[in-house]
Design a protein around this ligand. Structure first.
Ligand code: CAA
Length: 258
């Protein structure tokens, strides 16, 4: 993790904190930052000592979008052959739960990165939007799809067509964020949520994440079927016996994460 230049990675017990760190560009997501975030997230995902990953930015900007200066000169063939942004899809396939802790601007790719995470906690200073249209482009890291699923057609269409942004309160009302906290408390609150998740059985948390994410990909009947199969499968874990025994014994569970 020492080799990264655009992000910082710290371990706090079973929680890992990944901080976007290009302050001069408001954490604009250039190729290097994308590759470092994805590599770090995949490395943390492989580490059995990590139970949750928090992704955050600065007080001013979670991320102000993909890097406009890097994209500006590129042609269709450049974007197609380099498969621009494809690496971000790998972040969505990480099995360890992820928490986005968003303060300040989460615009364009920044909003899309936050939406790639499993839990989205916003500071009261957060600003969300997909302003790509103002640059003559459209979202490219899933914004038109994930924003629409999160807040519905009405707001997603308005945001994508006008570039208007949403403040934290509107984003919470619309269902984009799970909750809003005072900016000074953002990191502590996000880390506390992450510690809670990281304290659960790791394989069971992965299955819970997989089950919720399945709802975006399938019909209700198939989704319930998938959930039922996973539900039966958790009875193969040691942590199911521990969790239920701890309840019966009136003591806190000590999960082995297996
Ligand atoms: N790409 C590259 N550089 C960026 C950037 C971006 N997305 N956003 C900000 N920066 C740079 C600025 O160019 C500026 O650099 P210089 O000091 O070298 O001029 C520096 O960061 C500070 O930015 P500002 O001076 O603009 O700061 P501000 O406080 O006045 O404004 C802002 C903040 C409203 C967020 C403004 O920076 C802004 O509008 N940024 C662009 C937002 C945007 O359009 N995002 C979408 C990008 S396209 C995309 O994301 C495609 C996709 O779907 C993935």
């Amino acid at each position: 993790t020492d080799a990264y230049e655009t992000i910082l990675v710290e371990r706090k017990g079973r929680t890992a904190l990944l901080t976007l760190n290009r302050p001069k560009a408001l954490n604009a997501l250039n190729l290097q930052l994308m590759n470092e975030v994805v590599a770090a997230a995949e490395a943390l995902d492989r580490d059995p000592e990590v139970g949750c990953v928090v992704i955050t930015g600065s007080a001013k900007a979670f991320a102000a979008g993909a890097d406009i200066k890097e994209m500006r000169p590129r042609s269709y063939m450049d974007m197609y052959l380099e498969d621009w942004f494809a690496a971000w899809d790998r972040l969505g396939r990480v099995r360890t739960p992820t928490v986005a802790a968003v303060a300040g601007y989460a615009l364009g790719g920044g909003c899309e990165l936050a939406m790639l995470c499993d839990i989205l906690i916003a500071a009261d200073t957060a600003v969300f939007g997909q302003p790509e249209i103002k640059l003559g482009v459209i979202p490219g890291i899933g914004g038109s799809q994930r924003l629409t699923r999160a807040v519905g057609k009405a707001k997603a269409m308005e945001l994508c067509l006008t570039g208007r942004t949403m403040d934290a309160a509107e984003a919470e009302r619309a269902g984009l964020v799970s909750r809003i906290v005072p900016a000074d408390d953002l990191l502590a609150e996000a880390l506390a949520v992450a510690d809670t998740v990281a304290g659960m059985s790791a394989p069971v948390a992965m299955m819970a994440k997989e089950a919720v994410n399945r709802s975006f990909e399938t019909t209700l009947a198939e989704g319930v079927h998938f959930e039922r199969r996973l539900f039966h499968a958790v009875f193969a874990t040691a942590d199911q016996k521990e969790g239920m025994s701890a309840f019966v014994d009136k003591r806190p569970p000590e999960f082995t994460h297996r």
